[in-house]
Design a binder for this molecule. Structure first.
Ligand code: NAD
Ligand code: TYD
Length: 339
């Protein structure tokens, strides 16, 4: 099987490439990535020389470049991870989220139709449902996105489903909860907490710190995506949840305890505008139809993740590019914290 993976230099995409190359050594992967601040070629060390792997630096919004790649490689399947993915960035600069997450997806959908791709798997998020006080979202829940990020992802999901109905494109969608694990850029909550704690830097905690996320270890998500790619039904949506709901304050305390760092590093800061209180997914459908359930408890996943970041300090240092630093200089000063 020949698969185009977009956004394969980011956090989940790179984990997915490692996962697939290990599980299906005969598969060919073509990784298309624009290498934004979040894309890091270092995430793919070890696979770049394999004959079954190709990297192409390109923007999924560029229809000419995309056509060329589809024409040359004639993929059987496309798995689309490429996106702008950070809620805080979407609040300060929403336009690029609309561009990549909506226009970019529609470009890929057009190419997939034109080149008769057999499966288009779009990677979406639980954030499209919005926040839920009690109970869990199913795939049939109404979409009520809160941030420009989640709104752009909801728009993309609607485009994918429209291409299934209107043009018969064989596409399907996964919506996962918050991922954590190796190679996650340290602007997202868990790697940020680990990174700051390792450097004895203050850890900004939004609002009252009691917002809840359902954490999934990234390898579990990769396994679920692989199952959906092979066994999922066209036109369907599959929730992928970790079944590990934790308050943010709990997550910070667990990390600080494991690193033997003081609670005084926690700095309560102004809440994020439109901050969703709780995300929670029902995974009954993927369990029933695909036979997948998550394997990793939060306790074991966080232990592995902390170990990975402690053992990969050069990687962590290298992520601190100009873009990363200038964003955070502005951001930290807005929050009243010095970097
Ligand atoms: P990430 O920000 O770490 O990686 C995104 C990748 O996409 C980067 O390598 C970046 O260079 C690339 N990219 C961005 N714009 C591009 C463009 N125009 N053309 C080509 N490449 C481009 O994101 P992630 O956390 O790995 O998320 C991957 C996908 O999973 C996203 O679609 C995201 O919405 C979804 N998702 C993420 C989470 C999570 O917890 N991280 C949860 C649910 C869903
Ligand atoms: P994040 O990793 O940005 O994921 P998302 O907002 O997409 O769920 O944030 C996870 C949670 O952590 C969210 O409730 C916001 C909170 N948070 C903080 O309290 N401080 C921070 O510095 C960051 C980045 C997030």
């Amino acid at each position: 099987m020949k698969i185009i993976v977009t956004g394969g230099c980011g956090f989940i995409g790179s984990n997915f490439i490692h996962y697939v190359m290990h599980k299906h050594p005969s598969y060919h992967i073509v990784n298309i990535d624009k290498l934004t601040y979040a894309g890091n070629l270092e995430n793919l060390k070890g696979v770049e020389r394999k004959s079954t792997y190709r990297f192409i630096k390109a923007d999924i919004c560029n229809s000419i470049a995309m056509k060329k790649v589809f024409d040359h490689y004639r993929p059987h399947a496309v798995v689309n991870f490429a996106a702008e993915s950070h809620v805080d960035r979407s609040i300060s600069a929403p336009a690029v989220f609309v561009k990549t997450n909506v226009l970019g997806v529609s470009t890929l959908l057009n190419c997939s139709l034109e080149y008769s791709v057999q499966k288009f798997l779009h990677i979406s998020t639980d954030e499209v449902y919005g926040s839920i006080q009690r109970g869990k979202f199913t795939e049939k829940s109404v979409l009520e996105p809160s941030s420009p990020y989640s709104a752009s992802k909801a728009a993309a999901d609607a485009m994918v489903l429209a291409y299934v109905k209107t043009y018969g494109l064989p596409a399907l969608i996964t919506r996962s909860s918050n991922n954590y694990g190796p190679f996650q850029f340290p602007e997202k909550f868990i790697p940020l907490v680990i990174n700051n704690a390792l450097k004895d830097k203050k850890i900004p905690l939004y609002g009252d710190g009691r917002n809840i996320r359902d954490w999934i270890y990234v390898e579990d998500n990769c396994e679920a995506i692989d199952h959906v790619l092979h066994k999922g039904r066209i036109g369907e949506i599959y929730n992928i949840g970790g079944q590990n709901e934790r308050e943010n304050i709990f997550v910070i305390r667990a990390i600080l305890k494991s690193l033997r760092k003081p609670a005084s590093l926690i700095a309560y800061v102004k809440d994020r505008p439109g901050h969703d209180r709780r995300y929670a997914l029902s995974i009954a459908k993927i369990k029933r139809h695909i036979g997948w359930t998550p394997r990793t408890s939060f306790e074991s996943g966080i232990k592995k993740t902390i170990h990975w970041y402690k053992s990969n300090t050069p990687w962590l240092r290298n992520t601190e590019t100009g873009a990363y630093r200038s964003f955070y200089t502005k951001y930290y000063s807005k929050m009243g914290l010095s970097e």
